[in-house]
Design a protein around this ligand. Structure first.
Ligand code: 13P
Length: 343
């Protein structure tokens, strides 16, 4: 793949008014999601659920790409069409999660290092032949007493840069995801500080490994108080602090930035994105979404593992996709939520 093709993929991922649907839950994570609807996590149930998400009529108006898990990349729709083909037919870019998970970081209690570099060159080559256009790697940074450590941030961004290089070498756009978790009791100021340390270390590592930034998409957390923090910042403050942190730490040549939802309520994640875009029309990069839970939750609940609920589940997904698409343009209004189900 030429540089021009990598650039075209990266640009298409963050096309105006479009975002990325993350459906790359690993087998243990999708089991946790299915547990919430009392559904067994077996191969066919996972396939049926991903079929629903991938073939949602009209979704391609709002969705530029989907991130799949290894198992899903190899599966097919009920009518036999491979999922990858079904995505391509809708003009949606197939992506693949390529890390093998965040594991305990040696000598650093409470911290994690993402694994998956061994054999990655060969795995990427296979994913390329299977049709993947972009690949995601998630690093996890926890906030707590005396953490994150410098060592944890450095080890994770080094791995992110190594994966990004292998992706670009293979002709796959890396979606680099350093996620500062929001499940602790930290303030928004502490989240700002840790997100800044992480992003600044990340771009240093990418630079030192000669990664072409024009062919990288950043997937990051919003700057937000931890869930357990008694003082929760309002929508305006989350939007302001997030944009300030990005402007101070993300080079302008990046083609786009997308957010993970990280456990935020779906409507709040949409409102945050909307306020960022409404108040900042002249940012150097498009700000869009790549949510998992904040796009899927209402859909999964509406489906409940039952065929009869397919249409209502797909409609719930379409509604969230449409709201977030509007948020990319700063044109979302929370009143649209009362129309839920009428996407
Ligand atoms: P959430 O939006 O559920 O945080 O998931 C996005 C994702 O891809 C995390 O890696």
């Amino acid at each position: 793949m030429s540089a021009a093709e990598l650039e075209a993929t990266a640009t298409a991922m963050v096309a105006k008014g479009k975002g990325i649907l993350a459906i790359d839950e690993s087998t243990p994570t999708i089991k946790k999601r299915f547990d919430t609807i009392n559904l067994e996590s077996n191969v066919e149930n996972r396939r049926a659920y991903r079929d629903l998400l991938i073939t949602n009529p009209g979704g391609n108006e709002f969705i530029s790409g989907m991130i799949l898990y290894d198992e899903t990349l190899r599966q097919s729709c009920s009518d036999g069409t491979p999922f990858v083909q079904a995505l391509v037919d809708q003009g949606i870019l197939p992506g693949i999660k390529v890390d093998t998970g965040a594991k305990a970081f040696a000598l650093h209690t409470g911290e994690k290092i993402t694994e998956g570099l061994d054999g990655l060159r060969d795995r990427l080559a296979e994913y390329k032949t299977l049709g993947a256009k972009f690949a995601k790697w998630r690093a996890v940074i926890s906030i707590g007493e005396n953490i994150p450590s410098h060592a944890c941030i450095e080890a994770n961004v080094h791995a992110l840069a190594r994966y990004a290089g292998l992706c670009q070498e293979t002709g796959i756009v890396p979606m680099v995801e350093p996620e500062v978790l929001m499940d602790a009791d930290n303030t928004i100021e502490r989240c700002y500080e840790v997100t800044e340390m992480t992003l600044s270390a990340l771009f240093k590592a990418l630079d030192s490994q000669d990664i072409t930034l024009a062919h990288v998409i950043l997937k990051t957390n919003m700057v937000i108080a931890g869930k357990q923090c008694p003082i929760q910042a309002d929508v305006q403050e989350v939007a302001d602090q997030t944009v300030r942190c990005l402007l101070n730490n993300v080079p302008a040549e990046l083609p786009g930035i997308v957010f993970l939802s990280g456990g935020q309520r779906a409507e709040l994640a949409t409102a945050h994105l909307n306020t960022m875009n409404a108040n900042n029309p002249d940012l150097p990069w498009p700000l869009s979404f790549s949510y998992g839970r904040a796009l899927q939750e209402t859909c999964l609940n509406a489906w409940g593992g039952k065929k009869d609920n397919l249409a209502v589940a797909q409609n719930a997904l379409l509604h969230r996709e449409k709201c977030n698409s509007l948020a990319c343009r700063g044109a979302y209004n929370p009143d649209m939520e009362t129309l839920s189900g009428n996407a």
